[in-house]
Design a protein around this ligand. Structure first.
Ligand SMILES: Nc1ncnc2c1ncn2[C@@H]1O[C@H](COP(=O)(O)OP(=O)(O)OP(=O)(O)O)[C@@H](O)[C@H]1O
Ligand SMILES: [Mg+2]
Length: 261
């Protein structure tokens, strides 16, 4: 049965791409995710938002199967997280760009294309999609920070994933590039790709269909940007988030980070 859908541009998206149930993760003996449950509908752009250290990267890592979990379950595209076949359908762009610095942009993307059975034409398209066509022959190490991080994104895009997990993809980008990237995420989602995009910049929340708000390892809320403005009593999403934290009747005393929980 289809799950409740997300709405964007009059389109109803159904079916669940990602389901996290009662997830607990311990890192370095500290509980860093506590009883997190969330679902992501297919084709949605979901923002994973929260302050530094709130557990965004840990949650993404758990969803792609590279993070040991203590308890709970994660289902990705109908399969348990970490299932080998998901490597072909799930893209993950890590917070620290993972490309070969001594290879050119084109060589990096073509390499990823080849691993995933994609063509050179698809590599060229992915490079163009992230706005790096003119720099395709440059080595990755000769690029600026923002350009460099977009090589990683092109490497993920060329695999044409059904679910794309992006850890802070807009860090270091200027406002124009940031807007371009969000427009591209919307286009990908229109074509059926599900995106989970982490950020600690609350203003980016407005680009998302729905939001997962993390604080101190717990899911503070799962809601739309409109609902956040309403519940947080502010048009400014950052202020709304702060108000929501203050008004939430749960003890977010940073116990997760202190290891006291
Ligand atoms: N390798 C590790 N060993 C032990 N603890 C870790 C490790 N990596 C992260 N942590 C802790 O886990 C918690 C969550 O970290 P995580 O990187 O998931 O947060 P984040 O929300 O992605 O932060 P940021 O916005 O700074 O990237 C933090 O308290 C952090 O100190
Ligand atoms: Mg992180």
């Amino acid at each position: 049965m289809p799950s409740a859908g997300a709405h964007r541009a009059g389109r109803i998206v159904s079916a669940t791409a990602l389901s996290v149930q009662n997830l607990h993760v311990v890192r370095g003996k500290k509980p860093v995710l506590q009883d997190v449950s969330a679902t992501v509908p297919t084709g949605a752009v979901v923002g994973l938002l929260g302050p530094s250290g709130s557990g965004k990267t840990t949650l993404l890592r758990a969803c792609v199967g590279v993070q040991r979990i203590s308890s709970g379950s994660i289902t990705v595209l109908g399969l348990p997280a970490g299932t080998a076949s998901l490597r072909e359908t799930v893209g993950y762009v890590t917070q620290a760009a993972s490309v070969y610095k001594d290879l050119t942009v084109e060589e990096n993307v073509r390499y990823f294309a080849a691993i995933h059975g994609r063509s050179r034409i698809e590599a060229t398209t992915a490079i163009s999609d992230v706005g790096l066509s003119k720099l395709a022959k440059r080595t990755a190490q000769s690029l600026s920070g923002g350009q460099f991080s977009r090589v990683s994104l092109a490497c993920a895009l060329v695999t044409a994933p059904r679910l794309l997990m992006l850890d802070e993809p807009t860090v270091g980008l200027d406002p124009v590039l940031r807007a371009d990237l969000w427009a591209q995420f919307a286009q990908l989602s229109t074509n059926g790709t599900t995106l989970v995009v982490s950020s600690h910049v609350m203003e980016e929340a407005s680009h998302c269909d729905s939001l997962l708000l993390l604080r101190a390892g717990r899911l503070l809320a799962a809601l739309t940007p409109g609902q956040l403005r309403e519940r947080g009593q502010s048009e400014d999403l950052e202020l709304a988030f702060l108000h929501l934290i203050q008004s939430t009747d749960v003890e977010f005393t940073d116990s997760a980070q202190d290891g006291a929980a």
